[in-house]
Design a binder for this molecule. Structure first.
Ligand SMILES: *[C@@H]1O[C@H](CO)[C@@H](O)[C@H](O)[C@H]1NC(C)=O
Ligand SMILES: *[C@@H]1O[C@H](CO)[C@@H](O)[C@H](O)[C@H]1NC(C)=O
Ligand SMILES: *[C@@H]1O[C@H](CO)[C@@H](O)[C@H](O)[C@H]1NC(C)=O
Length: 428
């Protein structure tokens, strides 16, 4: 008889979980992890941590809590991951005019190099049933991608729609599984056509029975060499900024002039066509996952929580990749717990204290000023001369020009300071 309540509890917990953990793009604690490349396997021979099927990373495991106490119930073991971009469609126009996915360890459709991974359909659908989104990621570091025109990009959008999303094709790499959107990890091949591509995907998805998400994974230097102009033109749902392999990476978080999450937040709120776009901290999930940018979990947690409390566009953390995170002591679960402890929803600006920036005023190094709703700290030569005068050849990070002094670029000389976010200003 004891089994009956247990079973009832089990069922109700499942239903409950299904509601609570449905993907919500507006949350502040989402974790996105790339799957598909077995990045851990590239540098380690320990097959125990090699990539597992995608469904393995989606299991909200229900455990039998206590036999001894006879108060049996089931509870979720963990639910660390919210979004799984599948990496990668790395060639847009391969054999037979079809795209190519890598790695290709299965049969390909006749006349193409497009892998037939239809065996993955059930696994992907399982992840979706657990409230996760699974997207197809285009590009990657070694990608042979790019368009020559908007028309070519639009046609390719139809191909992607038919192969992976809500369209139809005889050559769907994941069979019946209907993925939840597209991630653009474009690291070469220029910007041509991507805005048209996104617009076409949005158009095909309009009126669909479920939401489709568009995400991008630019490098942290702002603006991104390939996606910079694209994300200015068309709305994205989330930007997984790669804070690694660059000076602006997580390893330099404490260097004011390097860490630029604030610049991305400013872009999100002032430039992005989608004012609700979410910015993620993209991080390597272990020391072997990237050339630079890996930081221990305690550091990433501190940084992510600080950004979450400082910037309203913050959406969570992106990790590269599932295999690395699992091999590194569940780095994914640890960051999820740090984020969730800070809350999925709700944002309040910290109180402000820095004085408002005054055009033409002399500032010395280390001084802070508030400007455009942000706290900045002066960088540059010490002591700085008559500050805030434009220096030839210095890129204006945010395109902010003070109207009071025509040739006066505030952001040439002030950088966001991670130490000063406590004094964050929105005093309107
Ligand atoms: C794709 O693979 C599945 C499973 O191996 C097979 O049943 C199907 O016929 C293949 N599709 C094509 C078009 O080759
Ligand atoms: C590749 O094919 C094997 C055997 O047909 C199958 O077990 C495996 O799941 C497939 N892998 C993918 C990624 O579809
Ligand atoms: C981690 O954080 C500690 C404490 O702030 C700092 O001293 C250390 O340099 C950080 N490590 C990395 C790799 O950023």
């Amino acid at each position: 008889m004891a089994l009956l309540p247990t079973f009832t509890t089990f069922v109700s917990v499942c239903v409950y979980l299904g509601k609570v953990f449905a993907y919500d793009n507006s949350y502040y604690d989402n974790v996105a992890i790339y799957w598909g490349q077995n990045s851990y396997g590239a540098t380690s021979s320990n097959t125990a941590y090699y990539q597992r099927p995608i469904s393995f990373y989606c299991q909200v495991v229900l455990v039998f809590a206590s036999v001894a106490r006879r108060d049996s119930f089931w509870e979720p073991k963990d639910d660390a991951i919210d979004a799984l971009p599948v990496a990668f469609v790395d060639t847009f126009f391969g054999t037979g005019g079809m795209p190519t996915c890598n790695p290709t360890d299965n049969a390909t459709f006749s006349g193409t190099d497009l892998a037939n991974c239809s065996a993955l359909a059930a696994d992907i659908e399982y992840c979706q049933s657990q409230g996760k989104i699974v997207t197809i990621s285009l590009g990657g570091a070694g990608g042979g991608v790019g368009f020559t025109s908007d028309a070519e990009a639009q046609t390719f959008a139809q191909t992607i729609w038919n192969l992976f999303l809500g369209g139809k094709s005889n050559t769907r790499p994941f069979g019946s599984a209907v993925l939840d959107g597209v991630d653009l990890d474009i690291e070469g091949g220029g910007s041509t056509g991507y805005a048209a591509f996104v617009t076409e995907i949005r158009s095909l998805a309009s009126g669909a029975s479920k939401p489709y998400y568009i995400t991008g994974a630019p490098q942290c230097p702002f603006p991104d060499a390939n996606l910079g102009g694209v994300i200015d033109q068309v709305g994205f749902d989330a930007i997984y900024v790669q804070f690694y392999n660059n000076a602006c990476g997580l390893q330099n978080y404490r260097i004011v002039s390097d860490w630029d999450f604030g610049v991305w937040d400013m872009w999100a709120r002032q430039t992005s066509p989608n004012a609700n776009v979410k910015i993620y901290i993209g991080a390597p999930a272990s020391s072997t996952a990237a050339g630079s940018g890996y930081v221990p979990i305690s550091n990433l947690s501190t940084i992510a929580v600080q950004m979450r409390r400082s910037f309203p566009s913050f959406g969570g953390v992106m990790l590269w990749d599932t295999s690395q995170a699992y091999a590194n002591n569940r780095y994914d679960l640890a960051i999820k717990q740090a984020l969730s402890a800070t809350g999925s929803t709700g944002f309040t600006y910290p109180p402000c204290s820095a004085a408002a920036y005054v055009s033409g005023q002399v500032y010395t190094a280390g001084e802070t000023a508030s400007y455009e709703g942000y706290i900045w700290e002066l960088t540059g030569p010490i002591p700085y001369p008559v500050v805030v005068a434009r220096v030839a050849g210095v890129r204006c990070l945010c395109g902010v020009v003070d109207t009071a002094v025509a040739d006066d670029h505030f952001s040439d000389h002030f950088k966001f300071s991670p130490d000063r976010f406590n004094y964050f200003l929105i005093c309107k």
